[in-house]
Ligand binder design. Sequence first.
Ligand code: 5IU
Length: 267
Amino acid sequence: LQRTRLTYENRSNLAKSAVAKRLFQLMASKQTNLCLSADVTKADDILDIADKCGPYICLLKTHIDIVEDFSEGFITNLQALAKRHNFLLLEDRKFADIGNTVSLQYGKGLYKISNWADLVTAHTLPGRSILQGLKAALGNVEAGQERGVFLLSEMSASGNLIDDKYKENSNKIATEGGDIDFVAGIVCQSSNAFAFPGLIQLTPGVKIDESVDKLGQQYQTPELVVKERGADIGVVGRGIIQANDVQKAAITYRDRLWTAYKERVAK
Ligand code: 5IU
């Protein structure tokens, strides 16, 4: 059976990453496959959006380096909202350096990402050492089990340089070798990017009413990404955060993504 035909409950049993298991279960019980990308630059605005949309999302995606007034208090508040509304935190850092450097970027600096982000994103460009480097920041095995990474194997940007060979090799890094218990999923645009049902497909570039922006972003509808492109989680940024009523928009995206998933597995 193709991975896209299996339920999230079933796939949680197949996941090798403890965080992926948790996220599959959360999606199934909360009935949402919506990831909100909170790409705004003021800490209070992120908290406000997270509080309003929290009940409808499985993941909140951050770009912590765009926050102008970052503080440890902001992280404490964000974690409290994640707990109250039952969603996980994904820092979209797109790590891409040698192992030693990504280890420092993940664990140290102003943001100490490994202390609070359940999940992070990383490029596969440096090869397997990206996983070893990130893991090195976590110290002990128990800490490692609470953390996971989404590896990029495709991008939504028009004209991006990723080709089929790169995609295939990214899939190998995610599914072969000693560090695959750390890989929660793949960020990609198509259902043929990988086959293993224990990985979660995260797909950005989702919007109901617009097909491109002015800077190379390409959008597809919630129904298309879930039913045709294999997305398990749809990532929505401006489709929600620029809406007049962010909560209403989050509900609309949640409903459409979830209905598309239910129809996909019922087929
Ligand atoms: N993002 C993409 N495309 C990708 C990857 C990540 O858009 O291929 I990998 C991120 C960038 C932004 C969010 O934080 O997802 C999408 O935001 P909008 O829905 O506002 O375009």
